[in-house]
Design a protein around this ligand. Structure first.
Ligand code: FAD
Length: 466
């Protein structure tokens, strides 16, 4: 089946398209360049055309037409994914959801919205309508779409209280369109949600999302410094375990990260200062002050509601999660990162083991996370990149020590996850995308069920470099 791109494009010409080659190129890219391994492999990837549907009916038309002409379809939210998730490895149609962005209803405890909503704009609308907010969002809240977060993200700001996106109850319902001669519209709830959530749009296109909400607060952003790394870790984890103090973020940055990479913070810290970034609810500030006083080396150096800094640092969450890596890369393009899970109850010991082994080669950046009701750490350490082989060795050593790695230097679902097939997602792809046209190359199990994960997967259909 040879794709007939020209025929598909002509048949869809009444739907908004981007014709400018520079726009097509930029919309074919995401933040894959974070990884020196992916940058080399994916830099040349580009779609043949970009279409911008504004409704479910238009999404169905795009899918039906591309199915008829055997054209691959890769869906894009805002393109802030870090692993080439939204990149059209086999070319074809790039379906950008930016115009498909209405809020349909807000009710006590929930919201129903279209997938192209920008999360911050969605939250502003929810707050104005009801005094509520989304439970969690990526640190790319100001740019990322709701659909992109569900299909490509995992958690973030709010996960210290609510856990990860994949946890039961954090997504109420998804409406999904299939890639068939006559696309079907299906709805998933509860146990069925993981068939399409975090599937990179490989087995269906999300056209409506129902998410749970929490009461909204004017969260106070706080920075705390300490010269003792163990104290920084304990402060963050203990704060998350204080049941009466409501927080939305607890990040830990090993020294000298704050001094080297955090503009507008660096004047207020030294090379030896480890930093904590926190978001605390206003009504919890009295209790927070009492809590903070229990840590002799900890100093509150910034509060967003009472700052004497001449230049405001901006939202504290834009220092956390994968924004930390972005800030580090701006100062030192030679660094990269990993995604590590330091599981309860060994989280403190595992972090110390990694620090002892790698020292400054792997600087710790921890995000406190609730997992199965227990507080533990997600690590997004800043790694000095010297060679592909050394990076693989660092990954291997983490795994040998008992840390779980979600490898950000891979573009497939399996390698970026638990290195195993998600049978539910594969089964649904067989049903919903029989020709394998949705975001090709991202699900190894579809192409090669016997893949052994002993080396980086190279999708055979990847567009050749010129
Ligand atoms: P895109 O990158 O456009 O798409 C992501 C994936 O979803 C792609 O595979 C795409 O094909 C698919 N997709 C998009 N829309 C749909 C749809 N309607 N139906 C089916 N599939 C769809 N991630 C986190 O989880 N937490 C963080 O805190 C976080 N911080 C980040 C910080 C920085 C600085 C950067 C660069 C990235 C960060 N990320 C984080 C990754 C990314 O920003 C988020 O996952 C974000 O939610 C992706 O949204 P997007 O709209 O940009 O999706």
């Amino acid at each position: 089946m040879k794709p007939n791109v020209a025929a598909a494009k002509a048949a869809l010409s009444h739907i908004e398209m981007d014709e400018n080659p520079a726009t097509i190129r930029s919309k074919s890219r995401d933040f894959f360049w974070y990884s020196p391994l992916l940058k080399d492999r994916l830099d040349h990837v580009q779609a043949d055309f970009v279409v911008n549907p504004a409704s479910e009916a238009e999404v169905i038309e795009v899918l039906k037409t591309c199915y008829a002409h055997d054209v691959p379809v890769t869906v894009r939210g805002a393109g802030t994914g870090n692993y080439g998730q939204a990149m059209p490895l086999a070319g074809g149609c790039l379906m950008h959801m930016k115009n498909f962005n209405k809020v349909k209803s807000v009710y006590p405890g929930g919201v129903i919205a279209e997938p192209g909503c920008i999360m911050k704009e969605l939250d502003d609308e929810i707050r104005a309508a009801s005094g509520q907010e989304l439970r969690m969002s990526p640190s790319t809240y100001a740019m990322a779409t709701l659909g992109g977060f569900i299909a490509g993200g995992s958690g973030g700001v709010g996960s210290v209280r609510w856990g990860a996106l994949r946890d039961l109850g954090n997504i109420i319902r998804l409406r999904v369109v299939t890639m068939e001669a006559e696309p079907r519209v299906l709805e998933f709830r509860g146990e069925e949600v993981p068939r399409v959530s975090h599937a990179y749009g490989t087995n269906g296109i999300i056209t409506e999302v129902e998410m749970p909400l929490a009461p909204a607060y004017d969260w106070i952003g706080i920075f705390v410094s300490t010269e003792d790394f163990d104290e920084a870790m304990r402060f963050a984890a203990d704060l998350a375990n204080e049941d009466g103090i409501l927080i939305k973020l607890a990040s830990v940055y090993e020294a000298p990260m704050a001094k080297s990479y955090f503009q507008r913070v660096n004047a207020h810290v030294t090379e030896r200062d480890h930093l904590l970034g926190l978001m605390v609810a206003p009504h919890a500030m009295d209790a927070f002050a009492i809590f903070a006083a229990r840590y002799p080396g900890a100093r509150v150096i910034y509060r967003s509601d009472a700052s004497d800094w001449p230049r405001a640092p901006g939202p504290v969450y834009e220092f956390g999660w994968n924004h930390t890596t972005l800030r580090a890369l701006k100062f030192d393009p030679s660094v990269t990162y990993l995604q590590v899970r330091y599981k309860y109850p060994d989280h403190f010991e595992l972090v110390e083991q990694v620090r002892a082994e790698f020292g400054a080669e792997v600087l710790q950046h921890l995000e406190v996370l609730r997992e199965n009701g227990k507080v533990c750490f997600a690590g997004l350490p800043i790694v000095k990149f010297t060679s592909e082989e050394r990076l693989e060795e660092i990954v291997r050593r983490h795994e040998e020590m008992g840390c779980m790695i979600f490898n950000p230097h891979r573009y497939t679902l399996e390698e970026g996850g638990r290195q195993s097939t998600d049978q539910r997602q594969l089964d649904f792809k067989r049903e919903a995308d029989p020709k394998g046209l949705l975001n090709p190359g991202k699900m190894i199990a579809w192409d090669d069920p016997d893949w052994s994960y002993d080396q980086i997967y190279a999708y055979p259909g990847l567009l050749p470099k010129e």
